[in-house]
Design a protein around this ligand. Structure first.
Ligand code: COA
Length: 232
């Protein structure tokens, strides 16, 4: 029997999708909707979710598995991804699950531009139109949200969230657990500590120590106490 190129390609795609593990997302709300969309655009099959309770809103018709730490056996047949935007909670869940299930997958939108020399870890979300330039290093569980731009040689530690539209000029270093707000701009060569919160639209022109919250242009420091309520 002679198969056309298109028939062969169709068979190849069908065989490939049969071999794929389905994906379960942990957390099912606004942030994870974006992740599910990225995974679907990247050709993954997302079929289930875990959360503290079954959600009334189920826009992707996913099956509810239960609370993640109570369904570890069921989760073994899935690839998984933590769909939680909060850095501290994402870190906690990812660390617990990785002990039992191994590393989570990455969620990378096909429109993201990622340099071949960038080093990316696991459990990373890279959204639509994000740019990751040469020699960037991304730790585990990092979120590079929609249209953010991370320039050459930036080093981003574990469980950092770079919100939509944020711009990191070259050689910026960001400590673990830090949140960079939407449309913030960080000047080249700046070092930012761990668990820092940078407000939306902030322009960062000086280094920031650990556990600070900064806002404005140029940056000004808000109280440390305000940070605790966000990262507790
Ligand atoms: C910085 C931030 C976390 C502070 O939140 P908060 O603790 O609830 O702070 P408040 O709203 O009580 O504001 C405290 C003060 O900071 C100012 N402020 C808050 N956010 C600011 C911002 N982004 N830029 C400039 N000033 C800001 C407020 O005007 C207020 O000033 P005042 O004391 O002189 O009146 C929050 O405003 C923010 O910017 N979040 C980021 C949002 C974002 O990027 N989301 C993307 C999600 S993917």
């Amino acid at each position: 029997m002679i198969c056309s190129f298109f028939t062969l390609r169709k068979i190849q795609i069908q065989m490939k999708s049969k071999l794929k593990k389905p994906v379960a997302v942990v957390g099912y709300s606004g942030h994870s909707y974006v992740i599910i969309d990225i995974l679907l655009n990247a050709g993954k099959i997302v079929t289930a979710y875990c959360d503290s309770e079954e959600k009334d809103k189920n826009p992707y018709n996913l099956s509810y598995l239960g609370k993640e730490n109570e369904v570890l056996e069921r989760l073994k047949i899935f690839d998984y991804f933590i769909g939680v935007g909060h850095n501290g909670i994402r870190r906690k869940i990812q660390t617990q699950l990785a002990e039992h299930l191994g590393k989570p997958i990455n969620a990378i939108h096909p429109s993201a531009v990622i340099s071949a020399s960038a080093e990316i870890n696991h459990g990373i979300m890279i959204s639509a139109n994000a740019t990751i330039n040469p020699l960037v290093k991304l730790g585990q569980g990092v979120i590079c949200n929609t249209s953010c731009s991370i320039d050459h040689e930036c080093q981003i530690e574990d469980f950092v969230h770079i919100a939509p539209g944020a711009v990191l000029c070259g050689n910026v270093k960001i400590g673990a657990g830090t949140f960079v707000g939407a449309n913030a701009v960080i000047k080249q060569g700046i070092t930012i500590g761990k668990n820092v919160t940078i407000g939306a639209g902030t322009v960062v022109i000086r280094d920031i120590p650990d556990n600070m919250m900064v806002v404005g242009n140029p940056q000004r420091i808000l109280h440390k106490e305000q940070l605790r309520k966000l990262v507790a």
